[in-house]
Design a protein around this ligand. Sequence first.
Ligand SMILES: C[S@@+](CC[C@H](N)C(=O)[O-])C[C@H]1O[C@@H](n2cnc3c(N)ncnc32)[C@H](O)[C@@H]1O
Length: 247
Amino acid sequence: MSSRTRLTFHIALPTKPTKLTIQITDPRSTTANNLALATWGSSEIFANQLQLLPVPDFTATGPGTEIFPILELGAGTGLVGLSAAAIWCQRVCLTDLGPIVPNLEANVQVNADMLAGFGGSAVCGVLDWDVPDARILECGGANDGMMGRARVILAADTVYSEEHPALLTKAVMARLERGERARLVMCHPLRIGYLDHIRDLWARLEEAGLVCVLEGRESLDQSWEEDTPYEWCVWRWREELWQQQRV
Ligand SMILES: C[S@@+](CC[C@H](N)C(=O)[O-])C[C@H]1O[C@@H](n2cnc3c(N)ncnc32)[C@H](O)[C@@H]1O
């Protein structure tokens, strides 16, 4: 399993050759669920893939609406969510387990000016997938209202135990906007030991009414010294579901 405690990441932008520079505060001393905090390979792949994905439709999200633009689950150091905030010029809520959030908060602070320059912004808070309806602590500010559902949910490398498919599905069901513009975007390494969990997650998402509309595979560059392919995928609600809800 590849991870990094590197502190600066350069992420591809649609306006090549300029790159986005994301600063990550040193996370090594932080752990949750016996996992030391680090930036995982999925995050780097996913962050660099964002500029190639169709830009989600963020109409009618943000202040004055009940829909938050972007929510990241299991954000870790926040590389993906911070990149999305800059690339899509939106407000992102980075979430993870309690012990991880202080470092996320530090990463929000250190990148705040950069995000503002792109027209994006970030907040963060606790969201345990097992208690997905709980109020996300830091997202009740005046500009955010109560954090309810999100137009776009992001998740990188969040399937590495047999409990995760059910927990993630529960969190997505609780937090993804019910509508035609909602998107779930994920990336995970295709590690042999976790393939059954990933298949299980796909089956549960399909059972819950989501359909994968775009997917692809990428590999890390040689500096990571890893051959594992990474799969990214974009999901939306099955058309008949949101049409039924509109009636
Ligand atoms: C392998 S790390 C990936 C972190 C980051 N997305 C990345 O790719 O660098 C998995 C993340 O999921 C978080 N996580 C695990 N179980 C969780 C749960 N039940 N609720 C919320 N987050 C959880 C962990 O704390 C960790 O930050």
